[in-house]
Design a protein. Sequence first.
Length: 272
Amino acid sequence: MRATAVRRTALAACAVSLTLLVTACGGSSDADAGNGKSDKAGAADANSQAPKAQADAKALSAAELETASLAQGDVEGHKITKAGPDDEVPADGLKTDKEACLPVVHAMFGVAADGSKASAKRKVVTDPAKGAQKSVEDMSEGEVEDAMKAAFDLTSTFVALNTYDGAAGPDAYAAVKKAAAECAGGFTVTVAGDQQKIVSIDEEKITGGDEAAAWTVVQEQDGAKSAFKLVALRKAGTVATFFSFNLAAGADGGAKFTLPTEVVAAQAKKLG
């Protein structure tokens, strides 16, 4: 790929209005997490697979949830910061043409299900590769292309923790799994007034917490496809969601980057 093409691809990716890209484009175990494709049979009715709801589960307090959230230093090679208002899309800013798909859309943007007692959100971005040892003027065309690709090889993950009492946590997690299975063939989502097309949701394999699930989400806008990773993990009454994008890989329209397993594992460990 020529350097100009790499640059154009990255800029096109930044034009996509999913929240993840705000983080990515602005950026300078106990979980036993893994990745790899799973059988589509795993995307069957989530309610039949989920464990029985824990009626005695207690929501974490806001202070406890903050303590359980990721902090700088928890994931080596990553920068971790608290998410702010500009990093979020409110629930009323998210619409779909299929009501059944709304729980998975909410998971993508870290929106809590009904009954949430507290929330905490983080931005986690991989550290950029070390800069080239010589100036652009002294590089060959191939070296320039490699440097451009390395500059955009950043995975950005939006992490949201939402905590619930009783069966509300397991129910919220099950709703995401059910929506991902029912909407695997695609749907249309409107994000803050910008209409986008989700063309597929493919399940991947991951473990952690009391239960966990993961997917590759492929979006298409103006003829260009972008791939994202989505993970949902439940520990007791707390549900964590992780939504990731890699500028260098995701904008190629394929699933060429892996699940954020280090981030998932670190968060699962802090949830206990």
